[in-house]
Design a protein around this ligand. Structure first.
Ligand code: COA
Ligand code: ZN
Length: 307
């Protein structure tokens, strides 16, 4: 096995990616409680919400209120995602610490998600760049369906890399590959991550896996071996996408952190405190979450004999 990174940056995306998939809308004050709990557990990057059309994602219509109500913990980056210039203006106005423009690598998914062609999304991304960089706020991008599309199937790695070049050309400081519907598999992840690193060594790569087909943590290991040290995850494994047929949640943050800690990779996260956040979220939502470590316990802490 090749050397793994010593530390990994974990971005919590539950308050955005997770909650947008919930049928019921969590009241703003509950979202703020969850975000506070996550920050107290040591997560330094929290995707707090998105600035999209409230008609498209009604459960995140309170994005400005979420930012206004944040009890900010020092050293924590509270970010937001946006699909267009209007979203960027709203996010800057609301006080987002980092703004991520999102688009898909495939026409079919991009149209169903944001009603634009990929080219139109790239035009919007350039406008978002002007707004965000003009406000001197960190600017990053996520390219979803980078490992496969529920409408178009396989996606050519060359196409993904070419789109990255366009995004880097407008000033993005980090690129995320989104595995929106859990189609990525470990050898593919390793290959695409290495190819990205060779082509764009100065712009860090982050990976965003959904656990739709149970390959999430295997994909993380493949990415670590390819040198990737930034991952998204959602507390309790909450999530999915209302636009992706059969989608399920992201890899659960506490399962990711547990695996990393077991392998001696540091995250700065207090795992027990994070598990408490997953339990709090179950309570707030009134249903069980798919996370496994929150049910099975932390390996190093188990005292009961196996039976
Ligand atoms: N925030 C708030 N409102 C927005 C907005 C934004 N970022 N972008 C557009 N709108 C509003 C417009 O002002 C307009 O409002 P009106 O009907 O009151 O005049 C309405 O939305 C339609 O605008 P239009 O530009 O024609 O957008 P559209 O209907 O073609 O939808 C998107 C395009 C991108 C706005 C919409 O599809 C969207 O928000 N998608 C996000 C989906 C998502 O979040 N998916 C999950 C994340 S991966
Ligand atoms: Zn996602």
């Amino acid at each position: 096995m090749s050397d793994l990174p010593r530390t990994v940056k974990v971005k919590e995306v539950g308050p955005r990616d997770g909650l947008q998939a919930e049928a019921a809308t969590l009241p703003t004050e509950d979202k703020l409680r969850l975000i506070g709990c996550l920050a107290d557990a040591g997560l330094k990057e929290i995707e707090a919400t998105s600035f999209v059309s409230p008609k498209a994602i009604p459960v995140l219509a309170d994005a400005a209120e979420v930012f206004a109500g944040l009890d900010r913990r020092p050293g924590v980056t509270y970010s937001a995602i946006v699909p267009n210039e209007k979203g960027a203006r709203r996010a800057v106005e609301a006080g987002a610490d980092e703004i991520q423009v999102f688009l898909a690598a495939t026409e079919g998914y991009n149209r169903s998600n944001v009603r634009m062609s990929v080219e139109e999304s790239l035009e919007q991304a350039a406008r978002v760049a002007e707004v965000v960089l003009g406000a001197e706020i960190p600017f990053v991008a996520v390219l979803s369906t980078a490992f496969g599309c529920p409408y178009e199937g396989a996606v050519a790695p060359e196409r993904v890399l070419e789109l990255c070049g366009r995004l880097i050309g407008i000033g993005v400081e980090e690129v995320t590959f989104g595995d929106t519907t859990g189609m990525a598999y470990p050898t593919q992840v390793g290959e695409l991550s290495r190819a990205y690193g060779e082509r764009y060594p100065d712009v860090p790569l982050r990976l965003h896996f959904h656990n739709t087909r149970g390959m999430g943590l295997a994909n993380v290991l493949a990415a670590l071996e390819a040198g990737v040290d930034r991952f998204d995850a959602s507390v309790g494994g909450l999530g999915g996408s209302p636009y992706a047929p059969g989608a399920t949640g992201n890899i659960p943050t506490e399962d990711l952190v547990h695996m990393l800690h077991e392998m001696g990779v540091e995250t700065g996260v207090d795992l027990e405190a994070l598990i408490s956040c997953a339990r709090l979220l179950e309570e707030l939502l009134g249903h069980e979450l798919p996370g496994q470590v929150m049910k099975a316990g932390i390996c190093g802490h188990l005292t009961a004999g196996a039976s």
